[in-house]
Design a protein around this ligand. Sequence first.
Ligand code: PSU
Ligand code: MN
Length: 291
Amino acid sequence: MTLRPDKAVALETTLPALGLPPGEGLPFTRELGGIIRGLDAEPAVVGVLAGEPIVGMTDAQLAEMLDGRPVAKANTANLGVLMHRRADAATTVSATMELAAGAGVRVFATGGIGGVHKGYGQHLDISADLAALARFPVAVVASGTKSLLDVVSTREALETLGVPVVGFRCDRFPAFYLRESGAPIDARFDDEADLAAFVRAELDRTGRGVLVCNPIPEHDEIPAPVFGAWLAEAERRCADAGGRDITPCILAALHEISGGETLRANLALVRDNARLASRMAACMSDYTAEG
Ligand code: PSU
Ligand code: MN
């Protein structure tokens, strides 16, 4: 079956491969596919198998990637080398955007984008996701940036890169498990069709990306002081992790420390982002009922 890029919602593979506990990635990605199809859009799971970049992985291909063996994490920096070396690779937001854009897919649902890490070490650590938003014409629907990052600096970096940051039914930049942070957004949208019309025009006008912020559903939010205590403990446990291993280490530690609460919240917000992305894709589609 060929992918209809106009109706497609891209999904990344770093979240199921490295952001969720082993064994949960496959059923969860299937569940997202069902949500997306139920809203008249098409899931397009993005990843790399034996060096081949795929936009619209089959169930069997995804199962092969998530078979338990360690899989590389690809951003826009190391994607090409992993392809050259015929590796399997899970794509982060940045690599997923690059491949999705190449296939004409304009909407992508995830949890939270990468961003500016806190200064654990003495060095800058800024996710390639931010530059990718300024380079590839894809709308990323996310619950802001992961609360384990420096949220305000991440928001400032998006401003510096000139990335439009719009909110769906929110007034502040969301921070993953928390519905809001102290940082602002560029504009609020309350109507899905209006949001989709803006995004479509903006992608065409600029050839660059847009960040659509959708806060975690209210009843899934984690109270800020509770999250702060869990995060402090997770940071202690991951003090020795570096570079690309920091995010997976902290997410796994949080899931353990919170007794699964952060995992439940993470899954809930991704599902909700998949719903909004699907409704946007359906609005943005060029296809008529006859196809
Ligand atoms: N959102 C989640 N879980 C994740 C990620 C995002 O809910 O695991 C992944 C995304 O793939 C994102 C990546 O692009 O973490 C950022 O990693 P880094 O900070 O190394 O760029
Ligand atoms: Mn990094």
